[in-house]
Ligand binder design. Structure first.
Ligand SMILES: Nc1ncnc2c1ncn2[C@@H]1O[C@H](COP(=O)(O)OP(=O)(O)OP(=O)(O)O)[C@@H](O)[C@H]1O
Ligand code: SF4
Ligand SMILES: [Mg+2]
Length: 329
């Protein structure tokens, strides 16, 4: 049986520079996939490509995107526009800039119903209030007349979710949905997303923080420099990563594990995409690197049932990751 969304070998290029280099993932109904990685790893571009919303200078250079069996990359622009909102929806990385400061929140939530459902102004407003209530905005009837700046960050994020869900899509892509929020509000938004998932919504949650998505996603794809370097279920990957970069992200995440262990950022910086290091692109930063890593590029390969890693020494990392964890290093 094929998944609801299947992305295979996706590549995105800006001129001659490939910012996404052959990424594959899939999402089933009622399932949540997390895409994690440092800034610039290609998380946003991968999901924008799925929705046909890449920046003008970028293009899909390779790969396929199948939605419910149909090839999204082959659709005409207006067919894809219809699917967006109706079936696939996205919450963009910068929620403040996505709302118009000059229009009331209720009017903006109602816009989907006016534009796509042909509702009149009053009917659209009633629907908007209902949608706002559904995502946990208290006193929505009154708040519908307020402007975005009168909302807290968490409430604005709820507004964005209400807009994204207005037409009852089957997939929601949430790009860093909690990054700008404090820990308590972050937990509330994640609870809301989990509730939506239980109602059958498929989701992709993008985050630079592995810990944020630990309790929401069932599967995870870890991206580095435009590639997937590890993938698997959250239950398998988190306790024992099979790629040194994932180990690094775990150590760098304030919320990835209990115990309040000190946060340790990964040494060095992600590479310049226009001059990638040879061999394994992670080798200049990798504590496991040896000679072979400088010359031979690892491919993403299966290392256990349902798990893949793009590391020459994945088996060793798996074993060591577990050992380091027990030592509490
Ligand atoms: N408009 C653009 N023009 C040129 N290059 C771009 C553009 N947008 C993205 N890129 C390149 O693609 C890379 C990946 O971008 P992307 O936005 O997908 O990263 P990301 O993983 O979402 O990062 P962040 O965590 O900062 O949101 C960037 O590092 C940059 O090199
Ligand atoms: S292939 Fe080598 S450099 Fe790359 S992640 Fe594995 S050990 Fe590190
Ligand atoms: Mg991004």
């Amino acid at each position: 049986m094929s998944a609801l969304l299947e992305v295979s070998g996706l590549a995105v290029a800006f001129g001659g520079v490939r910012a996404v280099r052959g990424v594959s993932f899939s999402v089933d109904e009622g399932q949540t996939l997390a895409i994690v990685g440092e800034s610039g790893s290609g998380k946003s571009l991968s999901s924008l490509a799925v929705l046909g919303l890449l920046p003008a200078q970028a293009r899909v250079a390779a790969g396929s995107v199948r939605w419910d069996g149909q090839d999204l990359l082959a659709l005409e622009a207006d067919e894809l526009r219809r699917l967006r909102g109706e079936e696939l929806a996205m919450i963009f990385q910068d929620p403040l800039s996505a709302l118009n400061p000059a229009l009331t929140v209720g009017y903006q939530v109602g816009e989907m119903y006016r534009r796509r459902r042909g509702f009149g102004r009053e009917q659209a407003k009633r629907q908007a209030i209902e949608a706002m209530t559904e995502v946990g905005i208290p006193d929505a009837a009154r708040r519908a007349d307020a402007y975005p700046h009168e909302f807290s960050g968490g409430m604005r994020q709820r507004v964005m979710i209400a807009i994204a869900l207005a037409l009852r899509p089957r997939l929601l892509i949430a790009d860093e949905p909690t990054t700008a929020l404090d820990v308590t509000v972050q937990a509330q938004i994640l609870r809301l997303l989990r509730r939506l998932q239980r109602d059958g919504l498929a989701m992709i949650i993008i985050s630079h923080d592995l810990g944020v998505v630990a309790r929401t996603a069932q599967s995870v794809v870890v991206m580095y420099a435009g590639q997937a370097v590890e993938s698997g279920t959250v239950a398998d990957v988190y306790p024992a990563p099979a790629h040194p970069y994932t180990l690094g992200l775990m150590a760098a995440s304030p919320s990835a594990r209990d115990g309040g262990r000190q946060v340790r950022p990964i040494d060095g910086y992600p590479p310049d995409l226009s001059s990638l290091p040879g061999g394994c692109t992670f080798h200049p930063r990798c504590p496991f690197a040896r000679e072979r890593c400088r010359t031979e590029e690892p491919t993403l390969r299966q290392v256990a049932p349902g798990r893949a890693s793009a590391c020459h020494y994945a088996e060793e990392v798996l074993a060591r990751g577990a050992a380091v964890d027990h030592a509490g290093a």
